[in-house]
Design a protein around this ligand. Structure first.
Ligand code: 5RP
Length: 233
């Protein structure tokens, strides 16, 4: 099963990389699926299939991968637009709204993905849900001194908040911005646009992982007759 998911991610990352055109500014997302897209963009550049590309990374991970695969980087101070952003997601609903933040990078991802003229989401078929919050907890980035009151207020909104802890690192996960992440279980997210705004209004919250009305294209990797295929919706 693990290998099949990996294969789906690889194919969907490749399909997204094929949408990159010469002379463009590309938002480089975070996560294991986008990592394949970054790799293939780099390979297309090296092969001379495309040229004059600059990337805006959404995380330290994206920055490291872009350097590894030879994609020149820039910042939002140096460009006035992003042509295309490619990023993963943890859940995608039928309206193409998302939960993101599995890699604790959703704050910078939302800045970059929202600025893009075209935002492509790359996922394997397991990420498609009827309703957001069905399987994944909602990540909320919080400044460290506000963690306790923010957790209280998230509980008052009906959520079950828990501080995200590190793996192979003692203590909590610290984001690329030096903040902490609270993962919140909501029984049902019926109105994602409202919840996104309500949570971001809590003092001390930097950003939450609901991406509403941002996605243009979703590329989904699936297995049909034992073969990986990519479909678009
Ligand atoms: C990081 C993200 C990722 O895009 C999301 O977690 C999906 O990652 P993967 O492709 O590894 O499943 O939002 O903050």
């Amino acid at each position: 099963m693990g290998n099949i998911v990996e294969l789906m991610k690889q194919e969907v990352g490749k399909a997204a990389a094929l949408k990159v055109q010469s002379n463009s500014v590309i938002g480089l997302g975070t996560g294991s699926t986008t990592a394949f897209a970054i790799e293939y963009i780099g390979k297309r550049l090296a092969a001379g299939e495309i040229n004059n590309i600059v990337g805006v990374p959404t995380s330290f991970q994206a920055e490291v991968l872009a350097k590894k695969y030879g994609i020149p980087l820039t910042t939002l101070d140096a460009v006035d637009h992003i042509d295309l952003a490619i990023d993963g997601a943890d859940e995608v609903d039928p309206q193409k709204n998302l939960i993101k933040g599995g890699g604790a990078a959703h704050t910078r991802e939302k800045v970059v993905d929202s600025l893009a003229k075209i935002f492509i989401v790359v996922v394997d078929g397991n990420k498609l849900v009827d309703k957001l919050g069905s399987s994944f907890l909602l990540p909320v980035e919080v400044i460290p001194m506000a963690v306790t009151p923010v957790m209280r207020q998230l509980a008052q909104l009906g959520g079950k908040p828990e501080l995200r802890m590190g793996v192979k690192k003692a203590g909590p996960v610290v984001t690329d911005q030096g903040n902490l992440v609270i993962d919140v279980k909501f029984d049902s997210i019926d109105q994602p646009a409202e919840l996104e705004k309500t949570i971001n209004n809590i003092p001390g919250v930097l950003e939450n992982g609901l991406f509403v009305g941002v996605t243009d294209i979703v590329l989904v990797g699936e297995i049909k007759d034992g073969q990986p295929v990519v479909r678009e919706f």
